[in-house]
Ligand binder design. Structure first.
Ligand SMILES: Cc1cc2nc3c(=O)[nH]c(=O)nc-3n(C[C@H](O)[C@H](O)[C@H](O)COP(=O)(O)OP(=O)(O)OC[C@H]3O[C@@H](n4cnc5c(N)ncnc54)[C@H](O)[C@@H]3O)c2cc1C
Length: 278
C-alpha cells in the first residue's frame, strides 16, 4: 500500500486525508466538476472517479449496536482461524451467499454448532445452488421464518431472541454474525448520478434506458456513470463482486476511459475555439 501511494505521488497525485465528500456539482457551461467536502473545502476537476466502497448493511434491533464487538459481528468468520470457532455456538442471520460461505466455513470448524436464521421459507431464493446443496450435507441447522427481535447481554452477548409465527424463541449463542448484504455510501449522490435499487452505481451498458443524456452525442464510455465525466469502480459499482482484485482491476481499466473522456473534452474545447475565432 505504502509503495502504491509513493508511486502515485511520484506521478503527481495529491492525497486529501480526512476529506469527506458531501456534494458533487457539474458546471453546465464549463463542464468542470466541484467536489465539496464536509469541511467546506472545494476541489475542482475535469473528470471524477467514484471509488467509495461498500460496508455491511446494519440491522437496527435493540441490543445489536450495544453488543457489537461483544458477541455481535458483521465480519466474515473466515478472517479468523478455525481454532477460534471450535466448540462455539454461532448464529448467522441472512440467507445470501455471504451467509452461506460463513456457515460452511464454521461447520468445518471442530465442534462448532451453526444455526442459520432466515426470514423466508428456504435458502434457494438468495443463495447459489452449489452452496444450498453443500448446506444440506453439512451439519447446519436452518431456522426458517425467523425474525430477530432483540439481543440481550451486559458485558457480552448472552441471549438472542427471534420470533417465529408470532412466538418468541430464545437462543443462547456465543456469537451472532449478521450477513444481510452490503450498502454503498451513495446517499449524497442520489440527485447526481443514477443509482440502482440498492444504492449501487451502474455504468455504461448497465445504465437504465433513459439515464444517459442524448445531448452528449456519444455512448457512455466503459465505467462512465449517467453523468458524463463521472466514472465508478470497485465495491460501489453495481454488479461488481466485492473483491480486492475486482476493485484494483476496475481502477486500472477505468483509467483508460478517463483518458479517453479528457481527450474528447480537449477536442471539443479546441473546436469551440476554432469556431469562435472564425
Ligand atoms: C474485513 C474485510 C475483509 C476483506 N477481505 C478480503 C479478502 O480477503 N479478499 C478480497 O478480495 N476482498 C476482501 N475484502 C473486500 C475488499 O476489501 C474490497 O472489495 C475492496 O477494498 C474494495 O475496494 P474499493 O476501493 O471499492 O473500496 P474501499 O477499499 O472500501 O475504499 C473506499 C474508500 O472510499 C472512502 N469513502 C467513501 N465515501 C467517501 C466520501 N463520501 N468521501 C470521501 N471518501 C469516501 C472510504 O472511506 C474508503 O477509504 C474484505 C473486506 C472487508 C471489510
Amino acid at each position: 500500500m505504502g509503495i502504491g501511494i509513493d508511486q502515485a505521488k511520484m506521478f503527481g497525485t495529491k492525497f486529501k486525508p480526512h476529506f469527506n465528500a458531501v456534494r458533487l456539482l457539474k458546471n453546465p457551461k464549463t463542464e468542470v466538476f466541484t467536489i465539496l467536502g464536509n469541511n467546506r473545502e472545494r476541489i475542482t476537476a475535469k473528470a471524477v472517479v467514484l471509488g467509495l466502497g461498500a460496508s455491511p448493511r446494519r440491522l437496527e434491533k435493540p441490543g445489536v449496536a450495544e453488543l457489537e464487538g461483544r458477541g455481535v459481528s458483521y465480519g466474515a468468520p473466515q478472517y479468523h482461524t478455525p481454532a477460534q470457532w471450535a466448540g462455539r455456538k454461532v448464529g448467522i442471520i441472512g440467507g445470501g451467499n455471504s451467509a452461506g460461505q460463513a456457515g460452511l466455513f464454521l461447520a468445518s470448524c471442530e465442534g462448532c454448532e451453526v444455526n442459520v436464521f432466515v426470514r423466508g421459507e428456504g435458502l434457494e431464493q438468495d443463495m447459489s445452488r452449489y452452496l444450498v446443496e453443500r448446506f444440506r450435507k453439512a451439519k447446519i441447522k436452518v431456522h426458517h421464518h425467523s425474525n430477530l427481535v432483540r439481543v440481550e447481554g451486559n458485558d457480552k452477548m448472552e441471549e438472542v431472541i427471534f420470533t417465529k409465527a408470532g412466538v418468541e424463541e430464545k437462543f443462547s449463542l456465543d456469537y451472532l454474525l449478521i450477513q444481510i448484504g452490503s450498502q454503498p455510501p451513495t446517499g449524497w449522490l442520489e440527485e447526481v448520478v443514477s443509482l440502482d435499487d440498492k444504492g449501487y452505481i451502474p455504468s455504461d451498458l448497465d445504465l437504465p434506458a433513459d439515464a444517459w443524456p442524448t445531448s452528449e452525442g456519444r455512448a457512455p464510455l466503459r465505467y462512465e456513470t449517467s453523468l458524463p465525466g463521472v466514472f465508478v469502480g470497485g465495491d460501489a459499482h453495481a454488479l461488481t463482486p466485492n473483491r480486492m482484485s475486482c476493485a484494483v482491476g476496475e481502477g486500472h481499466a477505468l483509467g483508460v476511459s478517463v483518458y479517453k473522456y479528457l481527450e474528447l473534452r480537449h477536442e471539443r474545447e479546441a473546436q469551440l475555439k476554432i469556431v469562435s475565432v472564425a
